[in-house]
Design a protein around this ligand. Structure first.
Ligand code: 4AD
Length: 433
């Protein structure tokens, strides 16, 4: 008999079915053994009656949680069963009897972290990983549908893309090297060939903070576009987030339910335009609505971003930050507002306290300004020569942004920590498993 998934078996709802998977729960007496079987699609209750399995009963009695089995039997509705159906087994093939499974609901975060490779089997992690898969697919089709090419940059570099404070050092055949913080410096040269490009690839940040939002190894979805302008970049970032939410609501309602995440909280982000405000306007809002004073020129800290996001039920886009707090490659507008020197950079801040999910900018085209900014940061200009060539040979207006994949998953799933947005998180305190 052909094996079908548990979900397909439930859909069939009657007659003989063959399913296989792992034992999620078990209980028994000398007359019955009840198993809740799980596969990647669903769970289902299976009943084994000792009268039918006389000679195999000893083995059946020994089945433990996480044992792997194949079952053939009749499926029928049963209101008492966890997913409303039960299989009355006629045949069982015990593939492997599991040792005592070292996961239970009393484990603290540290122990669950140590046993992460086993915890992945939980309904929570399975649901998050399915949503993650949808998110990645949504990102890829968003840009592919707009004619962007997928393009990849190296992960081992000899220079900093986002400043020295979060660089991971690598011994590169005896020479100093770093893990890439962003694809950007190796993406800009490629827009002269491909014009519109994107990637979904790992980025590394040696974050020395233990927050619920920082990973040392994250996945970043980034785009870079020739002939862009500042508003179009923000439009695209807003459309990307909307496309992701749309696809998750369409394909993952069951997973959101398992995670007890109210999909309605995400719907307003689909329906409304994301409010846009300048940094200066954001400071004004913080002062008026939250009684928080930030002196002009200081970057917005996490607490301030959170307070600002409390005022909205969709992501917001904050633009035109003070030049001093942003990266060397961000463009200075031709006309400066009277209250200070700003750059055409933007951050998108998620609602519900999930923090910055996107950071991007229009890129500076003036090579002298770029060089001065790097010198101010104490960088060695020699390493950036290849990058300067992007401003020497057919320079065009261009820009791009990066979206933190795990930050977005964290928000969509309503997670307490970003660590659960990836199978094996890497943080300051966790390198294994
Ligand atoms: O704002 P960031 O630093 O932007 C850049 O790296 C640009 N070079 C991107 C570009 O223009 N191509 O990072 C982009 C996003 C952030 O908004 C945040 O969502 C995420 O990456 N991010 C992190 N996510 C988890 N853990 C960390 N340590 C993160 N650092 C950044």
């Amino acid at each position: 008999m052909k094996f079908i998934s548990i979900k397909e078996a439930i859909k069939k709802g009657k007659g003989n079915v063959a399913v296989r998977g792992w034992v999620y729960r078990e209980r028994g007496s000398n007359k019955f053994k009840f198993l809740v079987l799980r596969d990647s699609t669903e769970i289902i209750q299976v009943v084994l009656k000792s009268e039918k399995f006389e000679k195999d009963w000893e083995g059946i009695d020994k089945i433990t949680v996480e044992s792997s089995v194949e079952i053939v039997g009749d499926i029928k509705p049963d209101k008492r069963a966890p997913t409303g159906y039960e299989i009355d087994a006629d045949k069982i093939n015990i593939i492997h009897v599991a040792e005592d499974f070292p996961i239970n609901k009393d484990l603290n975060e540290e122990l669950l972290g140590d046993r992460r490779h086993l915890w992945l089997r939980s309904r929570k992690m399975t649901s998050i990983l399915k949503i993650r898969s949808t998110v990645l697919e949504a990102i890829r089709s968003h840009w592919r549908d707009k004619g962007f090419y997928e393009y990849h940059s190296p992960e081992i570099l000899n220079l900093a893309g986002e400043g020295g404070s979060t660089l991971f050092n690598v011994d590169y055949f005896g020479k100093p090297a770093y893990l890439s913080q962003t694809w950007q410096l190796h993406a800009e040269p490629a827009i002269f060939a491909l014009e519109k490009i994107f990637t979904i690839q790992p980025a590394f940040r040696a974050e020395k903070s233990k927050t619920s939002r920082h990973l040392a190894e994250l996945w970043m979805a980034e785009m870079e576009e020739a002939w862009s302008n500042f508003e179009n970049l923000q439009d695209d970032a807003e459309e990307l987030i909307k496309d992701i939410i749309k696809k998750v609501l369409l394909e993952n309602s069951e997973e959101l339910k398992i995670l007890e995440r109210d999909g309605k909280k995400l719907e307003s982000s689909l329906k409304k335009k994301f409010p846009r405000m300048t940094y200066t306007e954001a400071l004004k809002l913080l002062k008026e609505k939250k009684k928080i004073t930030v002196s002009w020129g200081k970057d917005l800290r996490t607490v301030e971003e959170d307070k600002l996001s409390e005022l909205f039920d969709t992501p917001i886009i904050v633009t035109e930050y003070p030049k001093e707090v942003k990266a060397f490659y961000m463009k200075e507008p031709v006309t400066h507002p009277k209250d200070g020197k700003v750059v055409l950079g933007f951050d998108m801040i998620a609602p519900e306290g999930y923090g910055e999910i996107v950071g991007g900018s229009q890129r500076e085209e003036d090579l002298e300004k770029i060089k001065n900014n790097l010198l101010k940061d104490g960088e060695d200009l020699g390493k950036y020569e290849f990058y300067f060539d992007t401003r020497r040979y057919g320079s065009v207006p261009h820009g791009g942004y990066g979206m933190g994949v795990e930050r977005v998953i964290s928000w969509i799933c309503g997670l307490e920590t970003i660590k659960d947005a990836i199978a094996f998180p890497r943080t300051m305190t966790r390198l294994s498993p």
